[in-house]
Design a binder for this molecule. Structure first.
Ligand code: NAD
Length: 331
């Protein structure tokens, strides 16, 4: 089976080449360019293409791929909102994905952001590099004995619940599904979670129904000086209201891995570009730590993504799709 990979970086290639040893019948070529109607024609002669979160797999791209008899789209991520699924179904395409990989990786990054922002770790490090050993401005909060509010207690949220519980925090959860494995979590309504939590961390998917669920109203309900973390999706938070919340000191520390306007930035080196963005506003605050969609980015997660993607590809090639876990199959 020959697969053309789009939107790849050296770390993708390394992770896949390592796993390929176990899949001798699969050959991969890697492109840096992402897929779109122009680059789709490069897939001529391949059996499948592999794409990522920000790829353009709209109707035109899919029709071009179908013209080259490509019947399999491999997403090396959980989300498939980049694909026009109606067109993919009409064209009889199989779409496979990686529904879950190292949820702990994201939860560990979330607590890392909380600590980095609240304990001013980046600022402290920069000071020490300049031989400035003063502590003024670096005061943080002890989390032990405080309350954590976890919004969404699925795979990643559950991992986060375990981490904060292990740190000695009381854990409040907000989710319509009450995870029976989390017997130490007290499930409450969102308003109570907002009112009582010292640390709030988002771990739910983004839907139309929860777009901007964190806005001026919900921020007003939070405790003064709350630590707020978002590693879920940018659209869950109204960025301008968040900025106001930080300015007014309602939010005492803020860790962000995803934000609304991230799409042109994610995974790209734009250090030479001149552009305006909320990034510079957020980074100007001394109590904000911002990363660019890197919460998933661990060796273990990349290995799991590569292994599942290649298992999906092999099942397609052998006509064994029924042997895959059902969530891997989108259509
Ligand atoms: P999951 O499906 O295992 O869990 C999601 C949970 O959220 C479910 O229990 C669901 O009932 C709950 N939920 C749905 N709507 C909710 C709402 N409005 N309020 C509260 N809870 C709600 O998903 P997961 O694997 O834990 O992933 C969670 C999210 O994390 C993903 O949807 C994605 O947006 C984000 N994510 C981020 C990264 C990153 O690198 N930053 C990587 C992977 C996933």
């Amino acid at each position: 089976m020959k697969i053309l990979f789009y939107d790849t970086y050296d770390y993708d290639k390394n992770a896949f080449e390592e796993q390929l040893k176990n899949f001798p019948d699969i050959h991969i070529d890697y492109l840096e360019a992402d897929i779109n109607p122009v680059t789709a024609s490069l897939a001529k002669g391949y059996d499948a293409i592999c794409a990522f979160v920000n790829s353009d797999l709209g109707a035109l791209t899919l029709e071009i791929l179908a013209g080259f008899n490509i019947k399999c789209i491999l997403m090396r991520c959980a989300g498939y909102d980049a694909i026009n699924m109606e067109t993919a179904k009409n064209l009889g395409m199989t779409v496979l994905r990686v529904p879950g990989y190292s949820p702990e990786a994201i939860a560990e990054h979330a607590i890392g952001l909380a600590l980095a922002a609240d304990r001013h770790i980046v600022k402290g490090y920069n000071r020490v590099r300049e031989n400035d050993f003063a502590l003024s401005g670096l005061l943080g909060t002890t989390l032990h004995g405080k309350t954590a509010g976890i919004v969404g207690t699925g795979k990643i949220g559950a991992a986060m619940c375990h981490i904060v519980h292990g740190m000695g925090m009381k854990v409040l959860g907000y989710d319509s599904y009450h995870n029976p494995d989390l017997d130490f979590v007290e499930y409450v309504e969102l308003d109570q979670l907002l009112r009582e939590s010292d640390l709030i961390s988002l771990h739910c998917p983004l839907f139309e129904s929860n777009y901007h669920m964190i806005n001026a109203d919900s921020i007003a309900k939070m405790k003064d000086g709350v630590i707020f973390v978002n590693t879920a999706r940018g659209g869950l938070v109204d960025t301008q209201d968040l900025i106001e919340g930080i300015r007014s000191h309602k939010i005492g520390a803020c860790g962000i891995d995803v934000y609304e306007e991230e799409e042109p930035n994610v995974f790209r080196d734009r250090s030479s570009a001149v552009f305006e963005s909320v990034v510079s506003t957020l980074c100007a605050f001394p109590n904000v730590v911002l990363t660019s969609h890197q919460a998933f980015f661990t060796k273990e997660a990349l290995a799991a993504i590569a292994n599942t993607t290649l298992t999906n590809a092999q099942a397609f090639a052998k006509g064994n799709l029924e042997q895959l876990p059902a969530p891997n199959i989108v259509s």
